[in-house]
Design a protein around this ligand. Structure first.
Ligand code: AKG
Ligand code: FE2
Length: 228
C-alpha cells in the first residue's frame, strides 16, 4: 500500500523540537503524499454529508466565533477506516514523537482523537482557543492558494490569555496549501483560523490530537460544543 504521509518528505532538522518549543508551531510542508491527498479528500468528501454546520460564539473561549462545518471523531471512527488507521499509524506516531521531543500517544476520547473541520462560506472562521490535549497535527486537504483569501493560522505561543493573540507583538500567521501539515503545541499556544474572505473558497483540515504520559487530562467542554 502507498503511504498517506511521507515522514521522509519533511526535512527533519536537529532544531525542529527547539523550534516547536519556542514557537509553539512547526510547519510540515508537503507531508501528505499525492496519493494520500487523493485518498483523504475522497474520505472527507464522503464524510461531509455527516458533518454539521456550526455558527455560535464559544463562551468558554472568550466568546470567540465558530462559523464552520465539523465532524467529530466518534462519527469518523465509525464511518471511515482510513482516517483512524492513519491516526494510529506507528510511523506517524514516531514522527510526531521525534518532532515533539517526547513520546506521544493516542488520545482515548473518541470525540477529540481525530476531527474534520470545513470552512466553506465567506467569513467562515475557527475562532481563538487552546486545545485540551498537548499536541495537534493538522493535515490540509483543501486550502486557499492565496494567503490574501484567508484561512491562515494565527497563533501565539505560551499565551497567558486568549485575548493576547490580538495584541501581542510576537503573534504570527502562517499560510498552508493542500498537502501541507503543521504540528502545534496546542494546549499552550493560543490559535485561530482567519476568516475566508470571499465566497467560493474552501479550507478542509483533519486535526489529530496526541497526548503525552506527563499531561493530565483536562476538558474545557469546547470539544463537546463543537463536535457533538
Ligand atoms: O484548522 C486549523 O488550522 C486549526 C484547527 C484547530 O485548531 C482545532 O481543530 O482545534
Ligand atoms: Fe485547535
Amino acid at each position: 500500500m502507498f503511504r498517506v504521509v511521507d515522514p521522509d518528505a519533511v526535512a527533519l532538522q536537529p532544531t525542529s523540537t527547539e523550534r516547536l518549543t519556542a514557537d509553539g508551531y512547526l510547519p510540515l510542508p508537503g507531508l501528505i503524499t499525492a496519493d494520500g491527498l487523493a485518498l483523504l479528500r475522497r474520505e472527507a468528501a464522503g464524510l461531509e454529508a455527516l458533518a454539521r454546520r456550526r455558527d455560535f460564539s464559544m463562551a468558554c473561549m472568550d466568546d470567540s466565533p465558530r462559523h464552520m462545518t465539523t465532524l467529530g471523531g466518534q462519527i469518523i471512527g465509525e464511518a471511515s477506516e482510513e482516517i483512524p488507521a492513519l491516526y494510529q499509524d506507528s510511523d506517524l506516531l514516531e514522527l510526531v514523537s521525534r518532532l515533539a521531543g517526547e513520546p506521544v500517544s493516542e488520545v482515548d476520547d473518541p470525540v477529540e482523537r481525530h476531527v474534520l473541520n470545513i470552512l466553506h462560506r465567506e467569513g467562515d472562521t475557527h475562532g481563538a482557543h487552546t486545545d485540551d490535549h498537548p499536541y495537534a497535527l493538522v493535515l490540509f486537504l483543501e486550502a486557499p492558494d492565496d494567503p490574501a483569501d484567508g484561512g491562515l493560522v494565527h497563533f501565539l505561543p505560551h499565551a497567558g490569555a486568549l485575548r493576547d493573540l490580538d495584541t501581542a507583538d510576537d503573534a504570527r500567521t502562517a499560510h498552508h496549501r493542500a498537502g501541507d501539515a503543521y504540528l502545534l503545541r496546542s494546549d499552550t499556544t493560543a490559535h485561530r483560523v482567519t476568516p475566508l474572505t470571499r465566497p467560493g473558497l474552501r479550507r478542509t483540515v483533519l486535526n489529530f490530537a496526541y497526548t503525552t504520559p506527563a499531561s493530565r487530562p483536562h476538558s474545557t467542554g469546547s470539544a463537546a460544543e463543537l463536535y457533538t
